[in-house]
Each structure stands twice: as C-alpha cells, then as structure tokens.
Design a protein around this ligand. Structure first.
Ligand code: AP5
Ligand code: MG
Length: 190
C-alpha cells in the first residue's frame, strides 16, 4: 500500500488536486477538513466539539483526527493506497501516523507538498469564499489565524519529512493543470 501525504498551507490547492491524484494512482482520498465538516453538518457530538475550533481557525485536538484516520484505514478496501489531505498537521500527529503504519508493517511513501506564498493564500481563499461558503473562509482574521497556525504548528513537518528523505515540494503557483503535471512527475517515481 502507498501512503501519500498531501501537504501545504491553507488554499494551496490540496483539495483541487486530490481528485486527479486518487484517480491516477487508485487511492482513497482522506481529507480531515472534509471529514470534520461532515461531522459538523450532521451535528454529531464530535462535530459540535470541532465547530467552534474550526470556525476560529484553530486546530482540533490531535486525538480526534488520529482516531478518524485510523478507523478509515481499517474500513477502506479495494484501493492501492491513501491520500492524506491535511493530515498530519502537527509533529504529534506525524509520530502517531508512523506508529499506526508500523503496526501494519507499512510506512509513509512520500509527503507531496504544494507550496504557495502567503499573499496567494489570501487571494485563493477570498475567491473560494464566494463559491463554497465555508464558515472558516468568511472572515479575514480567521484566515490569518489559519496561516499563523500553519506556520507555527504545521510547517515543522517539512523538516520532519525532509529528514526522513520523504519530502517532495511542488511549486503551487501557475494554473491548476500546470500544478497537476508537476505533482504527477514527482509521484510517478514513487
Ligand atoms: P482543511 O479543510 O484541511 O483546510 P486548509 O488546510 O485550511 O486547506 P484548504 O482546504 O483551505 O485549502 P486547499 O489546499 O484544499 O485549497 P483548495 O484546493 O480548496 O481544514 C479546515 C480546518 O479543519 C482546519 O483549520 C482545522 O481547524 C481542522 N483540521 C483539519 N485537519 C486537521 C488536522 N489534521 N488536525 C487538526 N485540525 C484539523 O483551493 C483553494 C481555492 O483556490 C479554490 O477556490 C481553488 O479553486 C483555487 N485554486 C486551487 N489551485 C489553483 C490554481 N493553481 N490556480 C488558481 N486557483 C486555484
Ligand atoms: Mg482542502
């Protein structure tokens, strides 16, 4: 099985590129953001717990997303691997992913990192706010907090995967097609 991490700041294009990636490599797309938004709209206890954190642009507790990912690993059949979009997002989550995978004699295949400058994040999220109506896209201060949280808690993962020899950085600027081709060029070799 392949275990790809789809990494990048808010608005980098993770969700946009995921569809083509899962199709080409027969992967199951697991977006912790999408799973959490589904819990919120179904008003589950987990969704109620996560709602205020997400709408303020803060991370939900590590244990919450770790549990969601591990249960999806167990219940998903018929794929050649997983595309983890937005997970891990802290060093603790990365260590716990390593533990989950080592229990089944597997390991992370590669961290595909879509990089864009902070200025472009604001532009892309402002554009999406009109289309998708995501609660955490609506207010500039929440978007700013997501960016600050990304730099403080998530960016250290770049070094974590670089040291493991598993970090593949993709230039996320340019058109959607251009970014997709860069991703395929990197992933075809993995
Ligand atoms: P999540 O849903 O993961 O949000 P995010 O990381 O902030 O990333 P986005 O979904 O905003 O960006 P994206 O990279 O998918 O961009 P997209 O492709 O849509 O997480 C939401 C929240 O859930 C978190 O803040 C946190 O609270 C919680 N959470 C989730 N995972 C967690 C975890 N592991 N631990 C703890 N908490 C967690 O693109 C954006 C826009 O740009 C779109 O409109 C798109 O059309 C456009 N676009 C994309 N590419 C291009 C291009 N090349 N050119 C022009 N436009 C483009
Ligand atoms: Mg997304």
């Amino acid at each position: 099985m392949k275990y790809f991490i789809l990494f990048g700041p808010p608005g980098a294009g993770k969700g946009t590129q995921a569809g083509a990636m899962v199709e080409r490599y027969n992967l199951c797309h697991l977006s912790t953001g999408e799973l959490l938004r589904a819990e919120i709209s179904s008003k589950t206890p987990l969704g109620l717990q996560a709602k205020s954190l997400i709408e303020a642009g803060n991370l939900v507790p590590d244990s919450v997303v770790e549990g969601m990912i591990e249960s999806k690993f167990h219940e998903t059949k018929g794929v050649d691997g997983f595309l983890l979009d937005g997970f891990p997002r802290t060093i603790t989550q990365a260590q716990s992913l390593d533990e989950m995978l080592s229990k089944v004699s597997e390991s992370v295949t590669g961290c595909i990192s879509i990089m864009i400058p902070d200025s472009l994040i604001h532009e892309r999220i402002a554009h999406r706010a009109h289309i998708e109506g995501r609660a955490d896209d609506a207010r500039a201060e929440v978007v700013q907090n997501r960016i600050v949280t990304y730099h403080a808690k998530t960016e250290p993962l770049i070094d974590f995967y670089r040291k493991a020899g598993k970090y593949y950085e993709i230039d996320g600027t340019g058109t959607i097609d251009e970014v997709r081709e860069r991703i395929f060029t990197a992933m075809d070799k993995l």
